[in-house]
Design a protein around this ligand. Structure first.
Ligand SMILES: [Zn+2]
Length: 629
């Protein structure tokens, strides 16, 4: 089985900057000192504990302990085997990989370049379909459809729309000519295999390419144009493939991601033409799910994009058409993540028009106004809740109050709760006291869906790895943790001071083993983003999170220059070591008779004086560290 050459793997580590790789998935903000942070993609969190250190080529999450280099990140986030992650990074960063045989018999394995091939097939398909839409005579009906929806040619090009010819093998034939196999087209969801051959999945339809954030096509949404279409659905999307996972794709995210991130707003619409209409009208934060309800996977993508400083402060605006399905979706969203819900808004067009219809009827400004007229989701749900009751009847009002106060639990801003209760009282027509009393009663119930005041993310210190004996996170190991951080983050500066450091300076088995690995690998001469990843590979799996944490956690030291910080943390560790030697020696001296064992006593006494001298010197150096000349 061919293996990627080690030196090429190193080259990938060097070129594939960890922050660039991570930023395709997570919005990162500066965390000071060259570090950057964002919301962890590997666990649910509301405040960012996912740290990225470009200089060290490493990431680490203080919440869940995930950590590693750019290759590890891609493996984890995409669920890829090592070789495929390396290959994808190599493709992205323009590195030509070389392979070598490792002598072992080759077994059946999935082609690691499959994903790349499927992306290439989709790119070629996208070009083919776009060209058909642009010039094929039979595509006139598709061009007319676009025009009838209020879009000109430049809009169609901006969204790279396409047309799938009615001919059952037009795409299949085109791609096979380009060297793609039947198998690749079938696996990629572009073709179907039947008893009589391989045929295009989409025939005689208008197509919207569905893209990843990076702009790569991973599937298509297709609209019916002809009555004799063999597919029943008005809209049909690519089925689940190795590229396309419908619970994790948002149509338009490639065009909207920067605006969503910058404006901290996302507008969720229902259809492809609605996304187009919004963008054309200037609402460039619009996206849509593809043939599935908005779910947790989609919320996660948006949350990551809208991270603002330390908290998620963005708003998500849903445009519902006000019909029953839209209302159901709203209530469903309401039952989801509370924090998300607290920032969820609804924009409902009074006549029930979707953004595409609205733009055709009233123009671009009307679309912008619709979005600006958003109301908090809780108010929308309140309206729908109250509609179920006959408020002219006393018993129904009691029930309405009970139902309505439940919604107060989703209001993010506590100062707005009372205003909401007043609103409920006014809407139902009861005394506000009655509503407040019901709210209090409701708050007392443990089962009520009220906000938890407990911290959502475990404090960083609790994510320390488990070891037998005292945890490495215990207070007595603070200096060892600091020294490890200094060595991991500034090995090129540390090695000068670490010459005298040895295993015994570390008293915890975890730090000792990591230090041994660092030292054994040899200190780098200059900053090297591949160094930590290489050392990490030498460590047992259980110790890797400790190293990745050390590589990203800010040093606690107060000294003014990095060299001082690094040297003082190393000297502090040595102060401890020499301190231990001093007390051992004193204890032995106490147990030695200065007259009967005069020679030994004098020798030890001399050693003690020297050690104490060394101890004093180290203590001085440890305060403030070495000032660089
Ligand atoms: Zn995490």
């Amino acid at each position: 089985m061919p293996r990627i050459k080690d030196e090429d793997i190193q080259l990938v580590r060097e070129r594939a900057r960890i922050d660039e790789v991570v930023e395709s998935y997570v919005t990162l903000k500066s965390a000071g000192g060259g570090a950057r942070k964002g919301l962890c993609p590997f666990h649910d969190e509301k405040s960012p504990s996912f740290n990225v250190r470009p200089a060290q080529g490493f990431y680490h999450c203080f919440g869940c302990g995930a950590g590693g280099d750019s290759i590890k990140f891609l493996m984890e986030i995409e669920g890829l085997p090592f070789a495929e992650a390396v290959e994808r990074l190599a493709t992205k960063f323009g590195i030509q990989l070389r392979y070598e045989e490792d002598g072992r018999p080759s077994g059946p394995r999935r082609d690691p370049r499959q994903r790349q091939r499927l992306l290439e097939a989709h790119a070629a398909a996208g070009e083919f379909y776009a060209a058909q839409l642009g010039s094929a005579a039979e595509a006139q009906v598709a061009r007319q459809f676009i025009k009838d929806r209020g879009f000109d040619q430049s809009a169609a090009e901006h969204f790279t729309l396409g047309y799938a010819p009615k001919d059952r093998q037009s795409l299949t034939g085109h791609l096979k000519n380009k060297g793609f196999t039947d198998e690749e087209l079938v696996v990629g969801g572009l073709a179907r295999r039947t008893n009589s051959g391989t045929f295009d999945v989409f025939q005689g339809r208008l197509l919207w390419p569905i893209k990843e954030m990076t702009g790569e096509i991973i599937g298509f949404g297709a609209r019916k144009l002809y009555d004799d279409d063999f597919m029943a659905g008005k809209y049909v999307n690519t089925s689940e493939t190795p590229l396309y996972k419908k619970t994790q794709v948002l149509y338009g995210i490639d065009l909207a991601r920067r605006q969503i991130s910058g404006a901290s707003q996302a507008v969720v619409v229902e259809g492809y033409t609605d996304v187009m209409a919004c963008h054309q009208a200037g609402v460039t934060t619009a996206i849509a799910t593809c043939g599935t309800a908005f779910g947790e996977g989609h919320a996660r993508i948006l949350r990551r994009l809208m991270l603002d400083h330390d908290a998620f402060r963005g708003e998500v605006v849903f445009t519902f058409d006000g019909d029953e399905a839209g209302q159901r979706a709203a209530v469903k969203s309401f039952e989801g993540d509370e924090e998300f819900v607290g920032q969820t808004y609804v924009a409902v067009e009074p006549r029930g028009m979707d953004p595409c219809d609205l733009r055709m009827a009233d123009g671009d400004a009307a679309v912008r106004e619709l979005i600006a007229s958003r109301i908090p989701l809780y108010r929308f749900v309140l309206d729908n809740t109250l509609k179920q009751y006959d408020l002219d009847r006393g018993d129904q009002r009691v029930d309405a109050v009970r139902d309505a106060v439940q919604l107060a639990s989703a209001i993010r801003d506590a100062s707005k709760v009372d205003a909401f209760l007043r609103e409920v009282a006014g809407r139902i027509g009861v005394e506000v006291e009655q509503v407040r009393a019901e709210h209090q009663k409701n708050k007392g119930k443990p089962a009520a869906p009220s906000r938890s005041s407990a911290p959502q993310d475990a404090p960083a210190g609790e994510a320390a790895p488990v070891a037998t004996g005292p945890s490495f996170g215990a207070p007595q190991f603070a200096d060892e943790r600091e020294a490890l951080k200094a060595l991991a983050q500034y090995p090129h500066l540390a090695h000068e001071f670490a010459v005298d450091l040895d295993e015994d300076d570390f008293t915890h088995p975890v730090s000792r083993e990591i230090f041994t690995a660092l030292k054994g690998h040899g200190w780098p001469e200059k900053p090297d983003p591949t160094w930590i990843p290489r050392v990490s590979e030498l460590l047992p799996e259980a110790l890797r999170p400790v190293l990745s944490r050390a590589a990203v956690e800010p040093l606690l030291a107060q000294e003014s220059t990095t060299v001082q910080v690094v040297s003082s943390s190393i000297f502090r560790l040595q102060v401890l070591t020499v301190g231990r030697l001093v007390s051992d020696l004193k204890s032995r001296l106490q147990r030695t008779n200065p007259i009967d064992e005069a020679d030994a006593y004098n020798r030890m006494f001399g050693e003690l004086i020297a050690l104490e001298q060394q101890h004093r010197e180290l203590r001085e150096k440890a305060v403030g560290g070495v000032v660089p000349r």
